[in-house]
Ligand binder design. Structure first.
Ligand SMILES: Cc1cc2nc3c(=O)[nH]c(=O)nc-3n(C[C@H](O)[C@H](O)[C@H](O)COP(=O)(O)OP(=O)(O)OC[C@H]3O[C@@H](n4cnc5c(N)ncnc54)[C@H](O)[C@@H]3O)c2cc1C
Length: 410
């Protein structure tokens, strides 16, 4: 139980934010149940993601950094190329561990989710699969009641608090904060896959990102020779993502004329995954109502272009647990949490939008300028990126708002 009386916490969503928050709450002795809509943990789900140094430092606090890195792979950095295969910029991450205490780690999404969920269960978090939140009853000011159903198992759960960790389409948000704006569609679809393509000119441990003529392509050469890749292309209508059709041919057509290895990798992929329409949430009027609070993508989804969504979800989990530990009442804890987090996450969502807008294809003249301006953007952006990566939360410090509303003491 937290110092001031949160004994039972209901967490909706067992993705990234949910298990991380659950483990920190267990540290405080809180009884935690995660209700997850999926029927079962799926190791083979989604594509892959990068956990930035700031996210790895949260995992380090949980004693999980080594286990997560062992299931993924350290990443030396990102090389950017244009459609002719010419290198136009580099983000070197090889010094990250020395500078920030942790490096950048690439990992399959399913492996990360499995590692977090398994460890959370080992630490006493209960995870109930096949439980889809449908509604929240907040009529009793002393507790919160969650209702489940809609294809999942029907049921009800009562807790002192309910935390929505249910991603950018959050049902918690729709139920407790109905005035919240819908997520914005960014105009980009994401696809991905895993392939073996020994001829591809990729260096192990590096990400290569190519501004193609019609689409953007990224590939990571993982240990063991596998290539993990993603593709982003513009699509004004996110509904078209659902239209059936041969994904592989669609992607190959968009990379015609780009460096040939891209098409080789796509052809060598047993199963093309996606499409995922990319959305974000720049700002919401508030993140909490009564005994209900949102964290992770449910509160502030960022597009993948800044590589921060998962790390922010982990930071949220750690800091919210500290706020519940240090504030007298849940509502106060949620207000402090929101004030501490909002400036950082909104700046990062904005940064991700800016990065994404550079992926849009704008014709040969704009490309000519982009190729020359990118190294400058990367140099200017390096300081901002270092600040994002250097952010550390100190579990021993008190979670409280200082003058400008940013940071914890200590
Ligand atoms: C294509 C793509 C690539 C990305 N790449 C990166 C990257 O490289 N680095 C990075 O940091 N971030 C990346 N992100 C962003 C990152 O995936 C998210 O920010 C992160 O997953 C957020 O974690 P979360 O726990 O808040 O939400 P999620 O991971 O989305 O988890 C939400 C969970 O809630 C469950 N759920 C939903 N509704 C209900 C309900 N009604 N009842 C019960 N359970 C429910 C879902 O099944 C899910 O398990 C990427 C995102 C995308 C789409």
């Amino acid at each position: 139980m937290t110092q001031r009386g949160v004994r039972r916490a209901i967490l909706v969503g067992g993705g990234i934010a949910g298990p991380v928050l659950g483990m920190f709450l267990r540290r405080l002795g809180v009884e935690v149940t995660i209700f997850e809509a999926r029927e079962a943990p799926l190791e083979r789900e989604g594509a892959f993601l990068g956990i930035a140094p700031n996210g790895m430092n949260v995992l380090a606090d949980l004693g999980m950094a080594a286990a997560v890195q062992a299931r993924g792979a350290p990443c030396a950095g990102i090389r950017f190329e244009n459609a002719r295969g010419r290198r136009i910029g580099v983000i070197d991450q090889r010094e990250a561990a020395r500078r920030f205490g942790a490096g950048l780690v690439m990992i399959r999404r399913g492996a990360l989710r499995a590692e977090l969920a398994e460890e959370a269960v080992r630490r006493g978090v209960e995870i109930r699969y096949g439980m889809r939140l449908t509604d929240i009853d907040r009529s009793d000011p002393r507790e919160v009641v969650a209702r489940f159903g809609e294809g999942g198992e029907a049921g009800e759960a009562r807790g002192d608090v309910l935390i929505g960790c249910d991603g950018f389409r959050s049902r918690t948000r729709a139920s407790a904060l109905p005035e919240a704006p819908a997520p914005d569609y960014t105009g980009l679809l994401d696809f991905g896959g895993f392939a073996r393509c020994p001829g591809a000119p990729l260096s192990p441990g590096w990400n290569v990102m190519v501004f193609g003529r019609r689409a953007f392509f990224g590939a990571f050469a993982a240990p063991g020779g596998e290539i993990w890749w993603f593709h982003n292309s513009g699509e004004p209508d996110p509904g078209s993502a659902a239209s059936p059709g041969p994904l592989r041919e669609r992607i190959l057509a968009l990379h015609q004329g780009d460096p040939g290895w891209i098409s080789d990798v796509v052809r060598a992929t047993p199963e093309v995954l996606g499409p995922w329409p990319l959305h974000d949430i720049l700002t919401m009027p508030r993140w909490h109502a009564g005994r209900v609070c949102l964290i992770g993508d449910a509160a502030h989804a960022a597009t993948p272009h800044a590589g921060q969504g998962a790390s922010l979800a982990m930071e949220d989990g750690m800091l919210l647990a500290m706020c519940l530990r240090d504030e007298a009442e849940p509502e106060q804890a949620f207000a402090t949490f929101e004030r501490l987090r909002r400036p950082r996450v909104e700046a990062i969502v904005r940064q991700a939008r800016r990065h994404g807008s550079r992926k849009a294809v704008a014709g040969p003249v704009a490309e000519w300028f982009r190729d020359r301006a990118l190294p400058l953007f990367l140099r200017i952006g390096a300081a901002a990126q270092a600040r994002v990566h250097a952010y550390r939360i100190d579990w021993e410090a008190r979670a409280e708002v200082r003058g400008g509303g940013e940071g914890t003491r200590g």
